[in-house]
Write a protein that binds this ligand. Sequence first.
Ligand SMILES: C[S@@+](CC[C@H](N)C(=O)[O-])C[C@H]1O[C@@H](n2cnc3c(N)ncnc32)[C@H](O)[C@@H]1O
Length: 285
Amino acid sequence: MEFVLNGQFALYAEKVLSSKKYYKEYLNGEINSAQFRESMVADASLSGAAWFNEYSIKRISLMPPDEKLPAETIINYLTNNNIISKCENMYDGFDEYRKYIRENYNHGKFITFIYPEDERLLYAVTKITQPKKIFVAGSYYGYFAVWAMKTISENGGTAILSDINGEVCELAKENFEKLGYGNNAEIYCEDSETLLARRTESIDMLVLDATGKYDDLRPEYRGKRIYGALLKDAEHLLKKGSAIVIHNMEPENPEMKMLVEELQSINALGTSYDTYNGVGVYVIV
Ligand SMILES: C[S@@+](CC[C@H](N)C(=O)[O-])C[C@H]1O[C@@H](n2cnc3c(N)ncnc32)[C@H](O)[C@@H]1O
């Protein structure tokens, strides 16, 4: 394969698929997601393409033909239910910002599964809710958080990033400094549960994107179960109006059971959209 597998997986997948007739048909709405998936499975030329295994093909087939769909479906749900107020300018500056980030972000040796629809969703939700303090659990090298940073910096706010991997924290720091967000971010190479427990200042937004170690001695912190545990750990920092943005949100996944229960118990209302990753946004009412 001539593509180097670092940086944005979505752009790599798009490159692999760009010449395929069925991909264009999917984007044009001529075939549906199931047909898109069947076409990829039947396409022998994909068998040599890195990352195009059965699981990945299933996820890729869930990418929305229009990247605005997840953001607009979720935001319409939130506005129609009076959970957040309507905002006409939620995408203002987005295209220029995306160009700037794509040209300047250093992915190092890492790969991100943040898809264009995830970028747009976080950008729009921060534009609408105007948070000043956000906490990102499992921030990796900052590539999801950065879509909140334009609004955070305009608000003179702070993003608290935490990840247990020192290398990704260093890369996040390097990128945030380079982009001019050094004064708007605190990046901790520390597990989010310890950091959350220590903190006392309330937060306007919690972003959940950690994947717990599968051999963690605490079963509730393994894999995506960690989301439920972290939401509990963050409860003392959340208040009415705080938003919870969840990457890889799959409400039916048994690993998310505690998360779904915890969202209910803190009165967080919202919805999710099934995409390559699955995304959800909830707001405490
Ligand atoms: C798979 S990454 C998220 C990737 C992101 N979805 C993307 O595609 O760019 C999950 C991160 O959670 C971090 N992590 C795991 N357990 C954690 C914990 N207890 N607290 C904070 N971060 C944790 C890992 O080090 C890893 O960087």
